[in-house]
Structures are given as C-alpha cells and as structure tokens.
Write a protein that binds this ligand. Structure first.
Ligand SMILES: [Zn+2]
Ligand SMILES: [Zn+2]
Ligand SMILES: [Zn+2]
Length: 152
C-alpha cells in the first residue's frame, strides 16, 4: 500500500499541483488500510475545509484514481477507494467481505480472454471476494458457540 509520502510524490511527479486539500487526502489514504467511500472522505474533509463541495472532493478522488495512487473497487453498497497496493505493477485483488483486507494477485485473466477483433480494450477489472482466514475462523467460532448454546 502506498504511504502518504509515496502518494504525494507520485502526484507531483505526474504534474499534479499539491494543494493543501490534496495533502490532506494523501494523508487520509496513506493512513487508512481499509476502503473509504466518497461520502466517508467528504465527511473527513468537510470538518477541515468549511464550504467544501462534495463535487470537489469527488473530482480529486477521480484524479487520484486516474494517476494510479488510489484504487477503486465497486462493492455492493457502492464505489470505495483505497491507497494503491503498488503503482507500477499491474495486479488484481482478492478482498475479504468482512474486514476488507485486500490481497493483491498478479494473475491477470485478460491474457486468457479472447477479445473480438473489432473491440479495443482500454481497461479492465477483476476482483475476487471472499473471507480471509481470520474472519473465517471468527465466523466458525461464533457458529460453534451458538451451536453449543442450543445443546444446553
Ligand atoms: Zn491494488
Ligand atoms: Zn477478513
Ligand atoms: Zn489485469
């Protein structure tokens, strides 16, 4: 996952002006291991910058995603963002539905996809959802506990 400094460095290397708001965004994502919705980010930013519009925040998220410092994943309850796992290495994700821990995977199914000749691919997404071992174990412990209570 990119740190605050790595996010800032990547943004300025790509010619993005580092405003105070963008610094705050970089810090927020550099220090958050999970995913944040645009609304979460807006709530965080709103306290610091009064009168800030949701559109401005959203536009910044888009720009940061386009530069590759943020990654966006579509969850069932909407789009969420997190700091990129790595900026220069093409990868996909396995994501825990419970704790949202993300495991980057280097396997890319694009190579195995037959693309029609009349189609030009510009980008693709591949995400796998499941449960990490910790969440799986916690869930089965709960089940066992519920079960033994039933027996009494
Ligand atoms: Zn990633
Ligand atoms: Zn988990
Ligand atoms: Zn790929």
């Amino acid at each position: 996952m990119l740190s605050t400094d790595e996010i800032l460095q990547a943004m300025s290397e790509q010619g993005l002006r580092i405003t105070d708001q963008r610094k705050t965004l970089a810090k927020l994502f550099g220090e958050t291991s999970g995913y944040l919705s645009a609304k979460d980010v807006y709530k965080h930013m709103e306290c610091k910058y009064s009168g800030l519009s949701f559109d401005t925040v959203y536009r910044n998220l888009r720009v940061m995603e386009e530069l590759g410092v943020l990654e966006q994943i579509v969850f069932e309850d909407g789009i969420k963002f997190k700091s990129s796992c790595s900026q220069d290495h093409h990868h996909h994700h396995m994501i825990c539905l419970q704790c949202q821990k993300t495991y980057p995977i280097s396997f890319c199914p694009m190579n195995m996809t037959d693309t029609p000749e009349q189609f030009r691919v510009v980008k693709h997404k591949f995400e796998v959802f499941g449960y990490c071992r910790e969440c799986e174990e916690a869930a089965s412990e709960l089940k066992t506990a519920a079960h033994s209570e039933e027996e009494h």
